[in-house]
Design a protein around this ligand. Structure first.
Ligand code: ZN
Ligand code: ZN
Length: 212
């Protein structure tokens, strides 16, 4: 069985998610943006072994802690999609601009493509490429627990910003309606910021993508 715990990190209160397989006690962290000591303490508290870092996209609040944690824990960096290379290269400047602790660049161990799968213990999650907020944004779908970890694509009552370099509003709307909605109205999503919601709830009430 797949379990998860969401841990807000950094001044941006970014939802880092700790996922684990209860058969093997192996864990992955989605978007370790910072506060590495807090994340390591949670792993220890849950008696888990960290096996990988997964990234939805390379904005500082999502990826800022990646290089340091990968080195410290000796684990691979998986994702995002290659389209976010320029955001990874820009992490040191992003950390200065937003007053974050220094963040190093890195080279992902594995880039992700639409349709890929990733593994934590005996559990498999499905990867969809969802550009718009950033060109290399991906989401992680866990149909076995009807959950999707969507980063900054969709929020409860809102959608991701598209006013960044290579952001694209129509592409973001298409990502949401063509790649998230087919996962089903009952699927609960864990956004990069703020509370969880379901795709069905957003289709009814979200002012940006309601009635789609
Ligand atoms: Zn972002
Ligand atoms: Zn964010």
């Amino acid at each position: 069985m797949l379990h998860y715990l969401t841990i807000p990190v950094t001044a941006f209160q970014q939802n880092c998610s700790l996922l684990w397989c209860d058969q093997t006690h192996e864990a992955a962290l989605i978007d370790p943006g910072g506060d590495i000591d807090t994340l390591l303490a949670q792993l220890q508290a849950q008696q888990l072994t960290l096996t990988a870092l997964w990234l939805t996209h390379a904005h500082i609040d999502h990826a800022g802690g990646t290089a340091a944690l990968a080195q410290q824990a000796n684990v691979p960096i998986i994702g995002p999609h290659r389209g976010d290379q320029f955001w990874i290269d820009g992490l040191p400047q992003q950390s200065l601009m937003f007053g974050f602790p220094p963040a190093d660049t890195f080279i992902p161990t594995r880039w992700l493509e639409d349709g890929d799968t990733v593994q934590v213990g005996r559990e498999t999650l499905h990867v969809r490429h969802t550009p718009g907020h950033t060109p290399g944004h991906v989401v992680f779908h866990a149909p076995q627990i009807q959950r999707c970890f969507v980063g900054d694509v969709l929020f409860a009552g809102s959608i991701g910003r598209t006013d960044f370099p290579q952001g694209n509003h129509q592409q973001l709307i298409d990502s949401i309606t063509q790649r998230l909605w087919p996962m089903g109205n009952d699927t609960i999503f864990i956004p990069g910021h703020g509370p969880e919601s379901s795709f069905g709830q957003e289709r009814l009430t979200n002012p940006f993508v309601g009635n789609t």
